[in-house]
Structures are given as structure tokens and as C-alpha cells.
Design a protein around this ligand. Structure first.
Ligand code: FES
Length: 507
């Protein structure tokens, strides 16, 4: 590093060294900080407070923060560069903040807690001080089970044939155990202070972590036999922490709708709202909840991996070299490449943008056919091929059909939805206007809110006042009805209809 500056992060007490002028978004992203609107200066979820050093106030700071907050040192991290040494405090890691940006009132407790979001692809763990609610350390990892299948159905297949379940269970427990040990290695707190751990994940992750037979998930009607709360002593999982921590895997909601969504409902307070709200996780296994305080419906729909850049000819995950945005300038396509270097491929948000731009140019027809039959050139050497558009149609058709049918069963119209929360990383980065243009989320963009990792937020809430939170989970589970979309006689027809792209952009 030729000209280093130091960033001290509170409440972590960690110091990073970065090149002078480096973007704070890039630096903090590596530390597990989320950028809920993808760093577009729209959500203020990335705000930090400067305690020492200085950061100039940007136009976006003025737009999103109050004068009092600015005077108090608050800035948007996604708009800032490290021009000198800084000591900063991260709002996101203070007493947990809910999906709607409000903090929750918690009763301080002694000791430490860990929240884990066990995803099919990635795993995130945070260590919290239960007295202050502050995050003390963060660990992220790729799920090593992925070597035995990228999506939940291939994991189910591996688990149910020839002893694969034991392997996958061991991988999940060993990896999370290592992450827990690494969380403590990153702080000066002792593992024996750990009181409780809350794990959330989809139904397949729940079964694999808890060592439950996956056979019922392998065939029709895909209903788990056992999907409730599972409780372990840390030692039972092979985690040797020297204390007596309790590990809880939160219960699922039914079918393939897991505790990640249960936790998301708690974090978004969907079950308390008067107005009709939806929570959608745009993952490989798309999960959807629709409802309000009176009634809740949930469903899962097999969207496939297109949103993660998989099964796309030049697809890749959202990493350096990925085209993450495509914009139309006149009739020309302008691409934004993550990391700023040469383009290597296309990630999910770029795919949605590319299809939206192709539709606007009439290079892609509403049927999904590429008009002149040749792949759309994005930025050399990256192109969008016919097969890629088809994969996207499958994914967007599954989500849009799932939402339409849930709303129909609820007795509501799409216009009745007041807010659509997008959970998960992809929801942070997707361009809402493009999502509307391709008919994935045909709503005015202001109704669609990226909500960050609601699964992890909900897991953090569950670390405090377990009896109360357990009551809330039981109440949500009692009130929510799981809808098996595969049994809906209209699913096929609606799905085929939703695979088409809208002929025109909606105003
Ligand atoms: S405003 Fe910075 S991530 Fe949204």
C-alpha cells in the first residue's frame, strides 16, 4: 500500500488499513456491513458516525439525513471516501435495527449471544453483547455444502441417497462451530460468556443442521414431518466453547418456507401491520409472505438460480468483474462493472437490467425471443444469450405467479399492497424500475423496499427475551397459512402467463 490510512470501527474496536481515497463501501463491505440499497444513496441503511477525523457532507447526506444528524457526525458510508484516518461508529451494528429502520426496545441481559443465518449459499454470523445490543464481531462464509449441490433440491437429493445427510449435517455443524470460534478469536471476550445462539435458515438447512430425515421433502406433497423449534447444547453439536450455551434453530413456516422467513416476518413486523404488506426473498427458492395483522399467507416457489447468476451463459456471482447495472443512453447500453475493471460476466441485478434494456430497445420481444436471434452485446466480451433470457423468464415467472396467487387467495389485488419488502442480498441490488419493466415486481418503485438481511435481523431479535420472542414466533406460526402453490390448479396457467414480459413500460 503506497499511502495507507486507518479506519477504526466501533463498536467492534477493529482497525482496517486501506489506501487513501478508497471507497468506504468497499472497505466496510469486507467487514460484513450491509448496503441495503446497493450503495445508491437511497436508504441511509449504511450510515456511520464520524467520531474522529472528518468526512465532507455530500448532497445525498443532505437529502437523507437531518441537519441534526449531520451536525452530530452522521454520514452515508456508501457516499464516502477515506481521505484520512477515521474513527467511525456503525449504526447497523448498534442495538439491532429493524427492516423499517427503527430500533427495537430490548431488555438488556448478561452475557453474549450469536445470531446465524445459515443460507444455502452463504452463511453470516454476528456476535452480540446482550447488555448493549451492539455487534462485537461478524463472520461470513460460503456454505461448504455447496460442493454437493448448488440449490436446496440437489442437497435434498444428495442427502436422501447413500448417506449424504450425515455428510451435510457434519459440514453445517463444523462450519458454524468454526465461525463461532472465529467470532471469539476476533474479540477479547471469553466464549464461556456465550448464553445463547439462534440459527435461522430455510427448511432444508433446518433439517440438515438438526439432522432430521429429508425424505418427506424429496417428493409430493413436499411437507416436512418435523419442522419445529430444535434446541441443542453447544457440546452436542461438537462446539467446544467451555460454557453452557443453548443453540436454537428457529421453527419453519411450512413446506420449503423456513425460519429465515419467520425471522424476516418478525424483523419487518409484518404481522403487526394494519396495511397489506409482502416480504419476498428472491433466492433460488423464492419465498413469499403476504398479509397483515389479521391474516398471513406464505409460499415458496422454485425460481431457479438465475438471480444468483447461475445457469446464465456468462453469469457469475456479484463480485469483481460482474456487470451489476445496465443503463440505456439513447439506444446505447452502458454497463457498470463491480470493482471498475474489465467485465468478466453478468450477475443477477445486471441480468434484470439487461433484459429491461433489451425490452425497451425491442431487441427482446415480450415473448422472450431475441428479435434478431443473436446474443445481445452488453460490454465486450459479455453478452446476453437467448437461453439466458429463458432462465430469467423462469425465475421471474415463478416469483410473479407466486405473488399473484397468494394475493388472490388472500382476497386482495396487487394494488392493495402498500409495501413490498425485498429480503436478502439480491433484493439490495436489484433495480426496482428494471424489476417492474420485466414484470418481476410490477409495482411503483417507491412501494418496493430493500430490507437487507431480515433473516439475520430476526435471529438477533430472538437473542433477547427468549420467552417473549418465542411467544411471538408461536403467534406468527399459528396465524400464518402455508399455501402449496404446486397444488393450486391455476398455478401452471398463471406461471406461463407471468413468464411473458410486459409489452410496454408501466408509468
Ligand atoms: S444509502 Fe448507502 S447503502 Fe443505501
Amino acid at each position: 500500500m503506497t499511502d495507507p490510512v486507518h479506519l477504526e470501527l466501533l463498536p467492534l474496536g477493529q482497525t482496517l488499513t486501506v489506501e487513501r481515497g478508497a471507497s468506504l463501501q468497499d472497505a466496510l463491505f469486507t467487514q460484513g456491513v450491509e448496503f441495503p440499497c446497493g450503495g445508491r444513496g437511497r436508504c441511509k441503511g449504511c450510515r456511520i458516525r464520524v467520531l474522529a477525523g472528518s468526512l465532507p457532507v455530500t448532497a445525498d447526506d443532505h437529502r437523507l439525513l437531518t441537519p441534526a444528524q449531520i451536525a452530530d457526525g452522521w454520514r452515508l458510508a456508501c457516499r464516502a471516501q477515506a481521505k484520512g484516518d477515521l474513527r467511525i461508529e456503525l449504526a447497523q451494528w448498534e442495538a439491532a435495527i429493524l427492516a423499517d429502520d427503527s430500533t427495537f426496545a430490548f431488555r438488556p441481559e448478561d452475557g453474549l449471544g450469536i445470531a446465524i443465518d445459515l443460507g444455502t449459499t452463504t452463511v453470516v454470523a454476528q456476535l452480540l453483547d446482550l447488555r448493549t445490543g451492539h455487534v462485537l464481531a461478524v463472520q461470513t462464509a460460503l456454505n461448504p455444502q455447496a460442493q454437493h449441490g448448488a440449490d436446496v433440491m440437489s442437497r435434498v437429493e444428495f442427502a436422501t441417497t447413500g448417506g449424504g445427510r450425515r455428510i451435510l449435517t457434519q459440514l453445517a455443524r463444523d462450519m458454524t462451530g468454526r465461525m463461532v470460534a472465529d467470532l471469539f478469536a476476533a474479540t477479547n471476550r471469553a466464549a464461556r460468556e456465550l448464553r445463547n445462539v439462534v440459527v435461522v435458515g430455510n427448511t432444508v438447512m433446518h433439517h440438515l443442521f438438526c439432522d432430521i430425515d429429508l425424505e418427506p421433502l424429496a417428493h409430493h406433497p413436499f411437507e416436512p414431518e418435523r419442522d419445529g423449534l430444535e434446541v441443542f447444547a453447544a457440546q452436542e453439536l461438537g462446539w467446544h466453547l467451555g460454557g453452557s450455551a443453548t443453540v436454537r434453530f428457529l421453527p419453519c413456516l411450512g413446506g420449503f418456507v423456513g425460519s429465515d422467513i419467520l425471522a424476516g416476518v418478525l424483523a419487518s413486523q409484518l404481522h403487526q401491520r394494519e396495511s397489506l404488506t409482502a416480504l419476498i426473498d428472491l433466492g433460488t427458492n423464492g419465498e413469499i409472505v403476504v398479509g397483515n395483522r389479521a391474516r398471513l399467507l406464505c409460499a415458496s416457489t422454485a425460481a431457479g438460480p438465475a438471480f444468483e447468476g447461475a445457469r446464465i451463459s456468462m453469469g457469475m456471482r456479484a463480485a469483481t468483474g460482474a456487470i451489476s447495472e445496465v443503463h440505456l443512453r439513447g439506444s446505447e447500453l452502458r454497463c457498470h462493472v463491480l470493482g471498475g475493471g474489465p467485465p468478466r460476466g453478468l450477475c443477477g441485478s445486471g441480468l434484470v437490467d439487461a433484459a429491461a434494456a433489451g425490452l425497451e430497445l425491442q431487441a427482446i420481444l415480450p415473448s422472450g425471443r431475441i428479435a434478431d436471434g443473436t446474443p445481445l452485446r452488453l460490454a465486450s466480451p459479455v453478452t446476453l444469450a437467448q437461453g439466458d433470457v429463458r432462465e430469467l423468464q423462469l425465475a421471474k415467472g415463478a416469483i410473479a405467479a407466486g405473488l399473484r396467487l397468494l394475493l388472490r387467495q388472500w382476497g386482495a389485488r396487487p394494488a392493495d399492497l402498500t409495501c413490498i419488502y425485498l429480503a436478502g442480498a439480491f433484493g439490495n441490488y436489484i433495480n426496482r424500475a428494471s424489476a417492474r419493466r420485466i414484470g418481476l415486481l410490477d409495482f411503483p418503485p417507491e412501494k418496493v423496499q430493500p430490507a437487507g438481511n431480515t433473516a439475520l435481523l430476526g435471529a438477533k431479535l430472538a437473542l433477547f427475551g427468549w420467552h417473549e420472542q418465542n411467544g411471538a414466533f408461536s403467534e406468527i406460526r399459528r396465524r400464518i397459512r402455508h399455501v402449496a402453490l404446486n397444488l393450486d390448479p391455476e398455478f401452471e396457467e398463471v406461471f406461463i402467463d407471468e413468464m411473458r414480459f410486459p409489452a410496454h413500460a408501466n408509468p
